[in-house]
Design a protein around this ligand. Sequence first.
Ligand code: PMP
Length: 284
Amino acid sequence: RTVYVNGEYMPETEATVSIFDRGFLMADGVYEVTSVLGGKLIDFEGHAVRLARSLAELEIAHPISKEDLLEVHRELVRANEIDEGLVYLQITRGSDGDRDFAFPDPDTPPTVVLFTQNKPGLADSPAAKRGAKVISIEDIRWGRRDIKTVQLLYPSMGKMMAKKAGCDDAWMVEDGFVTEGTSNNAYIVKGNRIITRHLGNEILHGITRAAVLRFAREAQMEVEERSFTIDEAKAADEAFTTSASAFVMPVVEIDGVALGDGTPGRVASRLREIYLDEMRRAAV
Ligand code: PMP
């Protein structure tokens, strides 16, 4: 694979980052994942805007213009011949060659790394046809989940707890209310009404969430942005999640309780179709 590190393209075997990098030592960095369908980027603009916000919230200098970032994404997709897959981008605070809790001098250049992941069949996923089974776990993450940091240990553990329970993913619960999935935003459907948690510091402001809610409203579906409990979710007609890498994913079971008839719901399936159609059309 050809990867990108700090202004240069190179084979992955030649790419290196300092052992003092704060991304490595302190999870002091942010990331974005952009899907590629038909060799084009899905919602690049949304990811670029959120990246700028994450960096600003952490006072990490924005080291690359949006135009250059787009060019790097496109070049990696071209060089690696990605038809369906992902582009991963990570920017960390870099390092001044030592370990210290205090941030290094503001002139220290951030570390910028991008690589691709080839995922043939990403859009036509068998998992989406089956629907996901989720378990609920306590949300014990930090309080700024709106910043897309590389601090992903707990979500990763949550995913493993789900696997050990024979399920696909975990929904995290705080004070009885669902926050989000380990790597996606969570929704329930009651009749024609789509319910998803309101934005705040408690969840990541999903790029896919914003697009899906817009399409839902355009299709005259009712959307309610509010907290819902895990018990309300188990009693819902259907449920689903959204993320840039899995689009709209139906959820068919929560903590062993089947939703509806235990197959992907009508609303989730329709939204997946609309999302993929519209986003393919707008891809760059
Ligand atoms: N919440 C969390 C915790 C996530 O990790 C992700 C995916 N990165 C999402 C939500 C979905 O966000 P997006 O639609 O921008 O991929």
